[in-house]
Design a protein around this ligand. Structure first.
Ligand code: SF4
Length: 379
């Protein structure tokens, strides 16, 4: 077990019992080659109308029985930093987060201006997630991602002048042309910033169907190299004072993202905007994927929900356990096949079984050894 606790004093019961709001902002200036998210690069003229419709979706949800003032709000995308301060204000005005809420906005360094960050900090935004991916030009190029000289430095200055010290850096490893040295240098550079991030998300590059990367076989990642990079990430992050708390997420003591943690521990959250997913009132649902369809439905005063599933009994328990399995909280020992201990995939932590480093690399295989209880609810 990692002795650095990314969870720190976070009250896990409160987090798992909390209510979060996810707001999807589906606009980007260019599309990265690996990206399969719901985002559009030719619709910036629609941002204002989209935000108004988002807000009406939130106001509508506020009339539902499940609604509570959110303890976490997460604006993700897409590129939420393409919004202006007034638009963020409209969303938070509609959302009415609780006074102690964690409020995160995902930003691309290029659009993280000082004016924007100061403005959103005044509105109560207290956490920023920066999409950096790599510090190496040729690696970004291999990912089909644009970068601008000095953009990250300017974004970090903006965070500093706005007094936002709680920020995440997203990294991706396994891109074409990336050597192990490139990855190590990128990670160390980020960890050595004058004010280092409180949180690091390091994702293995995945090939999503329908993306330009999927068609470009010579840029597909190598599994063994990715496993090696993961182990390097764990070693370096631990050395620099970060503890892992979910397979792809590490944080300084107590700086785990409460919003994501709540989702992984079975908490309730409402997703608004196109393609947003929700878990409320015992159901999992997803909004219409296309921005046009979403705007049409909400504009007509209808629900944007495209799919809905009621999870009960063993199926529900299985899903909850598979999510928790990927976290440092782990799953009850009684719900996992004993063989995971003999195979070095999990270790005991009190009544819980938690993935070892090897287990984290083989988490999908471990998930198949979960034995979810039939009836009893795990929540
Ligand atoms: S910035 Fe993020 S959401 Fe936008 S295209 Fe790139 S990966 Fe996709």
């Amino acid at each position: 077990m990692d002795e650095i606790s990314a969870l720190g004093e976070i009250d896990l019961k409160a987090v798992a019992g909390g209510f979060g709001l996810y707001v999807h902002i589906p606009f980007c200036t260019t599309r990265c080659d690996y990206c399969a998210f719901a985002t559009w690069t030719d619709r910036e003229n629609m941002i204002d109308d989209y935000v108004k419709l988002l807000c009406s979706e939130i106001y509508r949800a506020r009339r539902e029985e499940y609604w509570r003032n959110p303890e976490t709000v997460f604006l993700g995308g897409g590129t939420p930093s393409l919004l202006n301060v007034d638009q963020v204000e409209m969303i938070l005005e509609a959302a009415q987060p609780s006074s102690s809420a964690e409020i995160t906005i995902e930003c691309n360094p290029e659009s993280t201006t000082s004016h924007f960050v100061r403005g959103i900090a005044r509105l109560g935004v207290n956490r920023i997630s920066l999409g950096v991916q790599s510090r190496k030009e040729h690696v970004l190029h291999g990912l089909g991602r644009t970068s601008h000289d000095g953009a990250l430095e300017r974004a970090l200055d903006a965070l500093c002048s706005a007094g936002i010290a709680n920020y995440n850096v997203d990294l991706i490893y396994g891109g074409a042309g990336e050597s192990t040295q490139d990855f190590v240098e990128s990670l160390v550079e980020v960890l050595s910033f004058e004010r280092p991030p409180t949180h690091i998300s390091a994702y293995a590059l995945t090939v999503e169907a329908g993306t330009p990367l999927a068609k470009s076989q010579d840029r597909h990642p190598d599994d063994d190299l990715q496993a090696e990079r993961y182990e390097i990430a764990q070693t370096l992050l631990h050395e620099y004072g970060y503890g892992w708390y979910e397979i792809s997420n590490w944080a300084q003591q107590g700086f785990a993202c409460r919003h994501n943690l709540s989702c992984w521990l079975g908490g309730e959250y409402l997703g608004v905007g196109c393609a947003a997913h929700s878990h409320v009132a015992g159901e999992r649902s997803a909004n219409a994927f296309s921005i046009d369809r979403y705007m049409e439905l909400i504009g007509q005063g209808k629900s944007a929900r495209a799919k809905c599933e009621r999870l009960i009994g063993r199926e529900h328990n299985q899903e909850l356990l598979e999510l928790a399995l990927r976290t440092v909280v782990g799953v009850p020992i009684s719900c996992i096949d004993e063989s995971v201990f003999n195979d070095g995939l999990m270790e005991r932590a009190g009544e819980q079984a938690v993935l070892t480093l090897r287990g984290r690399l083989l988490a999908n295989e471990v998930a198949m050894r979960i034995e979810a209880p039939l009836e009893e609810s795990l929540r």
